[in-house]
Design a protein around this ligand. Structure first.
Ligand code: KIV
Length: 270
């Protein structure tokens, strides 16, 4: 008999997340619409409306062409479904290049959705953006390590923290972002030693993805973890369900039953 951890029965706030560091691991997954957000609500502390939707739901090659309008549209849908989990809107590429752009776009995110925070990618070079947003009462989730929005300028997705120099840089980035006011920090695609160094260096929670089992929490892209996204599977993705297989088998049965006129039977007929 397996014993499950309890579901979340209260509204998760930024304070709830801050208090969890060092006490209880934080769970986070992505969502892009109300139907699934409703299913995920209360199962995890945080829901990220990630710009990964550009790939998993819009079929694009990378995240770079996602727009602020798209992120707002999907976050509105997610907020319609999620009432307990804390919702974060991922600021898309180019939407926070300057302080003015960041304040304009993040203010739109707060005004037009019920997201409790926005996420931005970048290290200490983005600390001034974080500071400007937090001073304007907009909560920010940082994101360091492998940053998908840097794909074209970096030339490839690169695992970070492979040597002491890079670990030092990641720690400096994390500290600068903490000082600037991020409430938590996503660390993506780094060696476990780097994730540990960052987690120990800051007093805010770290949320890992491909960062080993040393961070204060974990985040996964929902369509990866339930095996709906079949284009590729990164090493860090554990499959918690066989989504694509379930759909294919269901559709096969539906097709067979319609073609053989066994559906709809009397049970499904007025
Ligand atoms: O866009 C996204 O889904 C993300 C997660 C991978 C953290 O940024």
């Amino acid at each position: 008999m397996s014993i499950h951890t309890p579901k979340i029965d209260k509204k998760i706030t930024l304070t709830t997340i801050a208090k969890m560091k060092g006490k209880e691991p934080i769970t986070m997954i992505t969502a892009y619409d109300a139907l699934f957000a409703k299913l995920f609500d209360g199962e995890v502390e945080m829901i990220l409306v990630g710009d990964s939707l550009n790939m998993s739901f819009l079929g694009k090659e990378d995240t770079l062409s996602a727009t602020m309008d798209q992120m707002i549209y999907h976050t509105q849908a997610v907020c319609n479904g999620a009432k307990r989990s804390l919702v974060v809107l991922d600021m898309p590429f180019g939407s926070y290049a300057t302080v003015e752009d960041a304040i304009h776009n993040a203010t739109r995110a707060y005004r037009q959705t019920n997201a409790q925070a926005v996420k931005i990618e970048g290290g200490k070079e983005r600390a001034h953006i974080v500071e400007a947003l937090t001073k304007n009462s907009i909560a920010v989730l940082g994101h360091i390590g492998l940053m998908p929005q840097f794909l074209r300028s970096d030339g490839a997705y690169k695992i970070r923290g492979k040597d002491k120099t890079d670990i030092k840089k990641l720690v400096e980035d994390a500290k600068a972002l903490e000082k600037a006011g991020v409430f938590a920090l996503v660390i993506e695609g780094v060696k476990e030693a780097a994730a540990l160094a960052v987690t120990e260096a800051v007093s805010i929670p770290t949320i890992g993805i491909g960062a080993g089992n040393v961070t204060d929490g974990q985040v996964l892209v929902w369509s990866d973890m339930f095996d709906f996204f079949e284009a590729f599977t990164p090493k860090f993705v554990k499959k918690y369900g066989a989504g694509a297989k379930m759909i294919r088998e269901g559709l096969q049965t539906y097709r067979d039953e319609v073609k053989s006129r066994t559906f709809p039977s009397k049970e499904y007929t007025y």
